[in-house]
Write a protein that binds this ligand. Sequence first.
Ligand SMILES: O=C1O[C@H](COP(=O)(O)O)[C@@H](O)[C@H](O)[C@H]1O
Length: 244
Amino acid sequence: MNTHSPTPDATPPEGSAALSWHTSEHAEQLAQALAETVARDLRVAIDARGQAGMALSGGSTPKRFMEQLARCALDWSKVVVTLVDERWVPPEHPRSNAGLLRKHLLHGPAAQAQFLPLYAHAPTPENGLPRVAARLDALDLPLDVVVLGMGEDGHTASFFPEGDHLRQALDPNGSARVLPMRAPGADEPRITLSLPVLVQARALYLLIEGDAKRRVLEQAMDDAELPIGAVLQHAPDLQTYWCP
Ligand SMILES: O=C1O[C@H](COP(=O)(O)O)[C@@H](O)[C@H](O)[C@H]1O
């Protein structure tokens, strides 16, 4: 098990006093610290309600975190996992977020977790949406854990700047759990959980690396036009895990 978790940094990066930062010099240590925290959240949920629900981000940053989480001692058969968003590509495609999750998290004991994919074999997210939405009806809300990521353009989940369903996805009172998304900055059509599903989670984390993303996040604190800024407005308890 992990023994070297970084201490949450008492001195947040300049200009970011209102965000809760957990920082480390090393990506591996940061991943380990977040994995231990998430594993604890999942155990608490299982003890309290008999099961735990979690939504994780894709992209490249969460690989280390997923590998560390897979090593944590947990009753994985009581964990339901989904993604915060998915690229509309089949699971065997190199850009599939489901593929990433299967490779880096759902192996060993963690393979016992129930995985609810956001992709359905259909030509477009709009075609596949009813099947994905029906699948997600099985998800008890609020989720126990959500781990967000962020791109340097300020997107999080698939809330992309200029996204065609961005307004609906960011509606704090919207009823849809999942929406399609197309945007100039996204390489392929997407599907994403909605803001209310994400920010109502019992524990909400943001995992980012690098100075460029840190600057974007700091800028977003005063800029709700950036999708991550809109999320911050509705997520006062967001915990940010960052390393250079
Ligand atoms: O496309 C996506 O990008 C973001 C950020 O990914 P990263 O590679 O910069 O870590 C990710 O959070 C999202 O889930 C994914 O679909």
